[in-house]
Ligand binder design. Structure first.
Ligand code: DC
Length: 233
């Protein structure tokens, strides 16, 4: 008999490697993967390009009017890796820049933006068989998800990882201190915002990967998935 598909929600702090682990898990078990952070990042990129962000202030009236015109889709690249498209343009690289990272928490704190993204995410996952990563997947988007993981790691470890990643992508100007500041600032905004703040769902399993290797982490995820799907049969 074919195994029943479940919904997997992976939430947690920024730069914990959530998307890397969610992607690897989805590939291994043959599920679809949705990076919801990429959706908030795409809206942010749209706002920056249209001049809707001035310092830390967003022209919310203009953004609300523009929202129906912002189409975010995911398409696999030649290697089968999912990439983000904003109104038909591949923005996978642009949405990971510091320019976007600096403003994304402000955009993600806007209620009407969140409601629109959550509606789209629920539609994408309605047939289960999905691994979705973000901040509110287990609490708001899919509160009934069968497997919920809450990922955390020390801020310094996360900053070092993001710094290495930026360096690897050719960014030679951003300093470690700037990255650490960005990480802790996003933690603060994400956990204290009024609209669905980042918090651990009561039934989520905590994964602290400060001192785990990729192999150990992948094994933990697969073992957890096997245990949950076995129990459900
Ligand atoms: O996972 P990430 O770093 O790409 O996410 C970018 C920002 O988007 C992060 O600062 C918090 C926000 N976010 C959110 O509020 N809700 C989600 N489901 C996903 C991301």
């Amino acid at each position: 008999m074919k195994k029943k598909k479940i919904t997997i929600a992976i939430d947690g702090y920024s730069s914990t490697g959530k998307s890397t682990m969610a992607k690897a898990l989805a590939k291994k078990i043959g599920y679809a993967y949705i990076d919801t952070g990429a959706m908030y990042r795409s809206v942010t990129l749209y706002c920056l390009d249209k001049g809707l962000i001035e310092g830390d202030t967003v022209d919310e009236t203009a953004l609300e009017a523009a929202l129906p015109k912002i189409k975010i889709t995911f398409k696999p690249n030649e290697e089968g890796r999912s990439e983000t498209y904003l109104n038909g343009k591949n923005v996978e690289k642009d949405i990971r820049s510091m320019r976007v990272s600096d403003k994304v928490s402000i955009i993600a704190a806007i209620g009407f933006v969140r409601r629109d993204m959550v509606r789209q995410q629920q539609a994408m996952g309605k047939n289960k068989g999905i691994v979705m990563d973000g901040r509110d997947i287990g609490t708001v988007v899919f509160p009934d998800a069968e497997m919920k993981v809450f990922v955390t790691a020390d801020a310094e470890v996360r900053a070092q990882r993001r710094y290495d990643e930026l360096r690897g992508k050719g960014d030679t100007t951003t300093t470690y201190e700037e990255v650490l500041h960005n990480v802790t600032e996003r933690d603060r905004i994400d956990t204290t915002r009024a609209e669905s703040p980042l918090r651990q769902a009561e039934d989520a399993l905590v994964l602290d990967n400060s001192h785990l290797t990729f192999e150990e982490q992948d094994k933990w995820l697969i073992d957890t998935f096997e245990r949950i799907t076995k129990a459900k049969k």
